[in-house]
Design a protein around this ligand. Structure first.
Ligand code: CA
Length: 449
């Protein structure tokens, strides 16, 4: 049974917010790229991609160097972002991306409490324009999880031009109805986001923009459409890639289109006089692919990190994260630890809602944003099927493809020097921390089996 908002939330929210001295409750814009690597943006060191708008956002705000997605794939991070809970608490199927075949008729449990539901209950307008991937059918769509409006795709990927999903079905929706639209996915999602901003200039809003870019099919705005309705693309899902040894040109065009989207959304906030009361976040749902089976190489960049999407090495889950609220958050770079589950607690705090009412695995980042306070120490955990990792301070234990390794990230961000043999006691300690968490989340998940 979903916990509904007590009427007192709204009153409490208003009082608490006035106490913070911020005037009105802020709008929150969360833009989440898909599969964008740690090294794909200019402000994170890319010399290949031109990303002036995102770089400008970073220069205006706080840029994290040590922010982590809850999972190294799409679905897991989306669960954690919206619920503030590790995805494993809803069952092991959320360890990895939910499949359009195996999991077609399931999704994020409807009794999960999402940040959109809480914000909506306290008077926020809520919109989701993008890729959902928390349920393939309308019975699990954003409109069932607190979003008043949704336009985009339900599945994990679609052709950027004709919006045909991997199984050959049209996958473009408005709320719970199929609503085909002409246009390049990144541009359409931008247009709907701008329209939402325009229509809600008088009410606090939560705008969630989970872009499909730069997930495959790797199609820039000038690349050709690839998919045709009625054809299964499970073995041909990448788009038209004439030179598999170098995918980067397609991806660069996707990243630069994504950057223009961020610029357009920021401009819309300015035009409507909302920028000074809006927190804008830009992040990614997991690391980038460097290579992919079938000979695809040179796809995106995870900078100095080891591994890629779907790995529990840093390349799978250390992601770009930027927060900007001019005049409220001082510009800078932080090496504090951040995590997908933190958005839930942070947005509650921003909306003046007590975190005590809710269960969350994350921490409220607001003290860091507004007072440059250090965040509480905590451990982080990743699990994707048999593979896992646990982070405690600088230490990280990884178990990937049957191999147990220990790294000190302060000295070895690239996870090159395995210290497991040298430090067996540290390994045992980390394993014990891991086992305790693993058992605890599995117990939580029993309610959803
Ligand atoms: Ca992804």
């Amino acid at each position: 049974m979903k916990r509904l908002a007590p009427a007192s939330w709204t009153i409490f929210a208003c009082l608490a917010f006035m106490a913070l001295g911020f005037g009105e409750r802020p709008n929150i814009v969360l833009i989440m790229a898909d599969d964008l690597g740690y090294g794909d943006l200019g402000c994170y060191g890319s010399r290949l991609n031109d990303t002036p708008h995102i770089d400008g956002l970073a220069a205006s705000g706080l840029r994290f160097t040590d922010f982590h997605s809850a999972g190294p794939m799409c679905t897991p991070t989306r669960v954690a972002t919206l619920t503030g809970l590790y995805q494993q608490r809803f069952g092991a199927k959320f360890d990895a991306a939910i499949s359009g075949v195996r999991d077609h008729d399931s999704g994020l449990p409807l009794d999960a409490v999402t940040i959109a539901e809480v914000l909506k209950e306290t008077g926020y307008a809520t919109g989701c324009f993008g890729k959902w991937h928390l349920g393939y059918t309308p019975s699990f769509f954003p409109t069932k999880q607190g979003f008043e409006e949704f336009v985009g795709l339900g599945s994990g990927d679609g052709d950027f031009f004709n919006h045909v999903d991997r199984s050959g079905k049209e996958d473009w929706w408005r709320n719970e109805t199929k609503a085909p639209e002409e246009g390049y996915t990144t541009d359409l999602l931008t247009r709907h986001s701008v329209d939402f901003i325009k229509r809600h200039s008088e009410q606090p809003f939560f705008l969630y923009v989970p872009h499909l870019a730069i997930h495959f099919p790797w199609q820039g705005p000038n690349d050709p459409p690839h998919r045709v309705k009625g054809v299964d693309y499970a073995d041909d899902k990448w788009g038209v890639i004439p030179n598999r040894a170098n995918v980067s040109g397609h991806v660069k065009a996707m990243i630069e289109s994504l950057d223009r989207s961020v610029g357009t959304i920021l401009s819309a906030l300015e035009v409507h006089g909302l920028r000074e009361n809006t927190l804008v976040i830009f992040t990614s749902d997991n690391g980038g692919y460097i290579r992919y089976a079938g000979g695809f190489e040179n796809i995106s960049s995870n900078g100095p990190l080891r591994g890629q999407k779907s790995d529990v090495y840093e390349g799978g889950h250390r992601v770009p994260a930027i927060v900007s609220w001019p005049e409220k958050i001082d510009p800078g770079v932080t090496d504090e630890l951040g995590h997908s589950t933190d958005w839930f607690s942070t947005f509650l705090a921003l909306a003046g809602i007590s975190n005590n009412e809710f269960r969350s695995d994350g921490v409220d980042l607001a003290p860091l944003f507004f007072h440059e306070e250090n965040l509480p120490e905590r451990n982080l955990y990743w699990r994707i099927r048999e593979d896992y990792a646990v982070r405690s301070g600088p230490w990280k234990l990884t178990f990937e493809r049957g191999r147990l390794e220990l790294f000190n990230l302060d000295q070895d961000i690239g996870e090159r020097s395995d210290l497991a043999e040298l430090m067996p006691e540290r390994v045992e300690l980390m394993k014990a921390i891991w086992r305790q968490w693993n058992s605890e989340v599995d117990q939580s998940a029993e309610a959803y089996q």
